[in-house]
Design a protein around this ligand. Structure first.
Ligand code: CUV
Ligand code: SF4
Length: 630
């Protein structure tokens, strides 16, 4: 039998280099060339010590000039910048969630959007105290979706989902004053606090940063995840493939990119439509291949097995293959570069959301009311573009890996119960996982999340850390671009069990899982919060005591900071491989890496030496196990 082998970073880089030759040939620039011109980055922005929130400024803080014109010091400026950064991320995820809940509100029998997981809807309805007995499912759907939308602007009270956390965690939140009120209120309050002449006290700004993050993870993101499941189905393990080689030269290639499954789900559906397949044949293609970039890829991979062509820093590569008929985007993490780049090829760059308008794109507005028609129109545009390919520019790198994805909390419970041969019933518990951790067969778990970022050699940190952790018996749950890095390397192939220590390998075999579990997109980090809450309840300890850590080694976006804040606030020590841009203030730095431990029993650790970062995590897991006496 052939030995299992990961796809190496060098192979991935060689593929990129080959595509960059095409870029040079057509005179297109890419992030690699733009990066060379942006380096070195502005030191003030990097440290967080540039303030431009009023027009007396902009002001920059130096040892010689320690205060802005209004008298604000570095701690106030860095703190305000950190809070605005978080608020941007929380707004983004939460608004995505709102869009999903709004789509759910408009779901109807026989319509473009339907309730695919009525059981989950009923479960949420019961949790929220809604009468479910004898109700029509779409009637119930309207009521629950309306309540979901109200969470964004509720007049009094805090987020409904908070009650899912263990009692102790809820108490910590109450004591620290970070229980999120209406989601929109937390964003608005953050903007208010950071206006000229409001808060300049580091502690208050950091506290609100965590509250805003909480409104994301235990508010908007959780709504996004839970109601996406209701609409499109709760993910179950499904086989798929990853990397650039999933594109097919003989087929029409449609790439979906962004975050919102409301668009990509329908695109996928229309690509299977006999009429569209017929049209594809008529233009000389054999079929239609849909593949995904970024979190939208995660959404459709885990529900439909749609292949994941690449993560964030692969988005230009997709166009550079010369085989992309259309790159269809909704919101977030989309390079404006795709506009001019597509113009060098036959590729149609199709924007669909009023939230994300870009020059040099074809805007086909996607609305819930006309969703079916919009999706069909987009697919048709792509198919008809097949004949415009420039044959001399075609090159698809021959890189494909196998992956099994779709490990929702529900799926993990089901899957792990196999280990102990317990009867699989709807009351699946995490007892088998707790037993594995207690006995030491599994040493702990790390949530690997976040983007990739050219500050780090792309994907090396994700892949390197995962290899180190599984070799130490630590199981990984992954989401976002981190999950895609894993898939592209082959770490979500069940055969990757061979890279684990003997204990974890045995668990992978018995439960029939890969050592790196795909939990979904970035909003699905809310799944991880539910997982650790349930684990703590099952184990009878606090979340902060569990041998569980969070890690974003290559993160770049505002959303990542919002996520980091709610993960820390949930009691999970979180390791960053990229600095959060607060080094200009000792007070803010100290709060984030130490002080907030008094509030949440967890804090950030920042280490840009990735090897060291990995060792620190392995050590921390050992420490946590020792403290529990296991
Ligand atoms: Ni939302 S936020 S680059 S796609 S993980 Fe990927 Fe995930 Fe970062 Fe964006
Ligand atoms: Fe300068 Fe103060 Fe205005 Fe900021 S708020 S730009 S520090 S004067």
């Amino acid at each position: 039998m052939e030995e299992f082998r990961l796809c190496t970073i060098e192979e991935m880089e060689a593929a990129t280099d080959r595509l960059l030759e095409t870029a040079a040939k057509v005179g297109a620039d890419t992030y690699q060339s733009r990066l060379a011109h942006q380096n070195p980055h502005c030191g003030f922005g990097d440290k967080g010590t540039c303030c431009r929130i009023c027009r007396m400024g902009p002001c920059r803080i130096t040892p010689k000039e320690p205060r802005g014109i209004c008298g604000c010091d570095a701690h106030g400026i860095v703190g305000r910048n950190f809070l605005r950064f978080t608020a941007g991320g929380a707004a983004t995820h939460s608004d995505h969630g709102r869009n999903i809940v709004d789509t759910l509100y408009h779901a109807e029998p026989g319509g473009a959007y339907q309730v695919k997981d009525p059981e989950k809807l009923i479960r949420i309805a019961k949790e929220w105290g809604v009468e479910t007995e004898g109700r029509d499912i779409y009637d119930l759907c309207k009521e629950v979706a309306y309540m979901g939308l109200e969470e964004y602007g509720k007049v009094f009270g805090t987020q409904r989902w908070l009650s899912r956390a263990p009692k102790h965690t809820q108490e910590l939140w109450a004591k620290a004053g970070v229980e999120p009120r209406a989601i929109d209120k937390e964003i608005s309050c953050s903007m208010h606090m950071t206006h000229m002449g409001n808060s300049s006290l580091a502690e208050a700004l950091v506290r609100q940063s965590f509250r805003a993050g909480m409104s994301d993870g235990w508010g908007g993101s959780m709504a996004g995840t839970e109601f996406s499941d209701v609409l499109f189905g709760t993910p179950k393990p499904v086989d798929t493939t990853a990397n650039l080689g999933v594109m097919k030269k003989e087929n029409v290639n449609i790439v979906v990119h962004g975050h919102d499954p409301a668009l990509s789900e329908l695109i996928c559906e229309y690509c299977e439509d006999p009429e569209m397949l017929e049209l594809a044949k008529s233009v000389g293609a054999e079929g239609i291949t849909v593949s995904g970039v970024c979190c939208t890829a995660n959404e459709v991979a885990m529900r439909r097995g749609v292949p994941m062509v690449g993560n964030f820093l692969q988005q230009e590569n997709v166009v550079l293959t010369g085989c992309c008929e259309a790159i269809v985007v909704d919101v977030q993490c989309i390079f404006p570069a795709l506009g001019p780049l597509s113009k060098c090829f036959h590729t149609k760059f199709i924007t669909t959301s009023p939230i994300c308008r870009m020059p040099d794109s074809d805007f086909i507005e996607f609305s819930v009311e006309d969703a079916a028609e919009n999706a069909k129109n987009i697919v048709k545009t792509a198919v008809l573009n097949f004949k415009n390919r420039k044959p001399e520019l075609i090159h698809i790198p021959d890189l494909v890996t196998e992956a099994t994805v779709g490990y929702s909390v529900e799926a993990i419970k089901k899957q792990l119960n196999v280990v102990t041969n317990s009867v699989v019933d709807p009351q699946d518990t995490l007892k088998p996982l707790v037993d594995c951790i207690k006995s030491g067969v599994v040493k702990g778990a790390v949530a690997m999340v976040g983007c990739n970022n050219p500050r780090v050699r792309p994907d090396t940190a994700h892949i390197g850390l995962m290899k180190k952790l599984i070799a130490n018996g630590i199981v990984i749950v992954a989401s976002g671009c981190s999950a895609q890095a894993a898939a592209r390397a082959g770490l979500m192939d069940k055969k990757a069990k061979d890279l684990c220590n003997s204990g974890l390998k045995r668990v992978c075999e018995l439960a029939d899982i890969p050592p790196v579990l795909h939990m979904g997109s970035c909003v699905d980090i809310s799944r991880m919060m539910i997982l650790v809450s349930d684990l703590a309840k099952e184990a009878g300890c606090n979340i902060s005591q569990l041998p569980v850590l969070g890690c974003a080694p290559e993160w770049m976006s505002e959303k990542a900071v919002s996520i980091g804040n709610y993960v820390v606030a949930t009691g999970i020590e979180t390791y960053l491989g990229v600095e959060p841009g607060v080094s200009g203030s000792s007070e803010v730095t100290d709060l984030l890496t130490n002080g907030v431990r008094d509030w949440f029993e967890a804090a950030y650790t920042v280490e840009t030496d990735i090897d060291k970062l990995g060792d620190m995590m392995v050590e921390k897991i050992k420490e946590k196990r020792a403290a529990l006496g296991i």
